[in-house]
Design a protein around this ligand. Structure first.
Ligand SMILES: Nc1ncnc2c1ncn2[C@@H]1O[C@H](COP(=O)(O)OP(=O)(O)OP(=O)(O)O)[C@@H](O)[C@H]1O
Ligand SMILES: [Mg+2]
Length: 379
């Protein structure tokens, strides 16, 4: 999302990142669940909030032509030279110097990059270089392990030797959490950074996302806004999905006022496209966890009430699923780790509920306990 008018909130997170970098830290690791706004945040900082203080470069790992260190360092170098030209970090003569600074990347790409960076730092002058790398998780997921290990080690050594540039790496939350416990190529590097978790938007920002998208296009009743905030738990992506369907619906009727009735009319459309919209959540609900989350949705109902493990266990039994208490608790904790459900501690024990109620509605209609149980019996 490159239109700054569409970007809402995140003031606290941006403040924290900027302060960390100002305080001399050279690496911030931003982690968050799928679609929570990591890429949007990087783009916004790159285009707006950090633009004056830092000479920033945004590298998307998804866009690399191949997964090896040569491509990686050449891409960062090219981006740096391009941004320096487009954003006038340096003058025309400086650009020529920068070009020649990053020469001969093929022989020893990292060495060439390090040498070039030294020059770039001097050329950029007043502003500190900031290299932001999105989808850094790809290094562990798709790169050959040897290449990933080497690139991570090289990046870490750049940071440790105070190369003058600062780095922000973006990783997926589940990956970051497993990286804590497993031997992952990039973990020594990630561990060295200041962590910053990106969660759903705060209420105020989420409300602005609804009411103030691009000027004063639509007016929303308070009730409709309230329902949208609650159905999406202020998750920016799910809010945008609902708004997309809503605006289409209301504009088709040549109206500008959106009410709760409109919302009710479009929810089935959002749910119909659920496998697309909820793809990110669905990858966490397979096998036993899929059955457990269906049982939680069943107990919670359309109001998304909190449920105790005993109640969930009882409904599992009603539908013929034999899942032990310990397995149930493990599944619930896994679902909580992946952000699908949330937990609240009470004196009588923990209570769970699905974090995004809209997803609960989808589960009730598309992956209900009775559906799963009948599919199982057919087999
Ligand atoms: N701060 C925000 N303000 C407004 N909309 C936002 C914001 N953050 C995210 N969005 C919306 O959510 C969508 C998904 O955000 P984004 O692609 O940045 O998430 P992500 O965390 O990078 O996802 P992924 O894990 O798939 O890489 C955006 O296209 C945008 O519509
Ligand atoms: Mg992203």
């Amino acid at each position: 999302m490159r239109d700054a008018r569409l970007f809402k909130g995140r003031e606290a997170e941006i403040g924290e990142i900027a302060d960390s970098l100002r305080n001399g830290n050279s690496l911030v690791v931003v982690y968050g669940a799928g679609r929570v706004g990591k890429t949007s945040l990087l783009q916004y900082m790159h285009d707006h909030s950090l633009k004056h203080e830092f000479a920033s470069v945004l590298v998307e790992m998804q866009g690399l032509a191949s997964f090896c260190e040569t491509t990686f360092w050449s891409t960062v170098a090219n981006k740096l030279v391009n941004e320096a030209a487009i954003r006038s970090y340096v003058g025309r003569v400086g650009i020529r110097h920068l070009h020649s600074a990053f020469k001969r990347m093929r022989d020893d790409p990292f060495k060439a990059f390090r040498r070039g960076l030294e020059k770039a730092k001097d050329l950029v002058g007043g502003r500190r270089l900031l290299i932001m790398i999105d989808d850094f998780t790809m290094l562990d997921e798709l790169w050959p392990r040897e290449e990933a290990l080497r690139a991570a080690y090289q990046l870490k050594s750049l940071i440790e030797e105070h190369c003058g540039a600062a780095f922000i790496l973006c990783v997926h939350e589940t990956f970051y959490k497993t990286a804590l416990s497993e031997k992952i190529a990039t973990w020594p590097l990630l561990r060295a950074g200041i962590p910053l978790r990106l969660d759903h938007l705060d209420r105020q920002a989420a409300e602005r996302l609804i009411r103030d998208p691009l000027g004063e296009m639509m007016t929303y009743s308070d009730e409709a806004v309230e329902e949208m905030l609650s159905l999406t738990a202020c998750h920016p992506y799910y809010l945008q999905c609902m708004l997309y369907e809503l605006i289409g619906h209301v504009a088709g009727e040549r109206r500008r006022m959106v009410t709760s009735d409109d919302l009710r009319a479009v929810i089935p459309r959002v749910l119909q496209a659920g496998t697309h919209y909820f793809a990110d959540l669905l990858q966490h609900v397979k096998g036993v966890t899929g059955v457990v989350v269906a049982a939680l949705a069943h107990v919670s109902g359309r109001d998304n009430a909190e449920a105790a493990p005993d109640e969930i266990q009882a409904s599992l039994q009603d539908y013929g699923f034999a899942i032990s208490q310990s397995k149930l608790l493990r599944s619930l904790e896994h679902l909580r780790d992946t952000g699908v459900i949330e937990r609240r501690e009470e004196p009588r024990g923990p209570l769970y509920r699905i974090r995004i109620p809209l997803f609960g509605h989808w589960l009730l209609e598309n992956r209900s306990l009775s559906m799963i149980s009948s599919v199982r019996q057919e087999r």
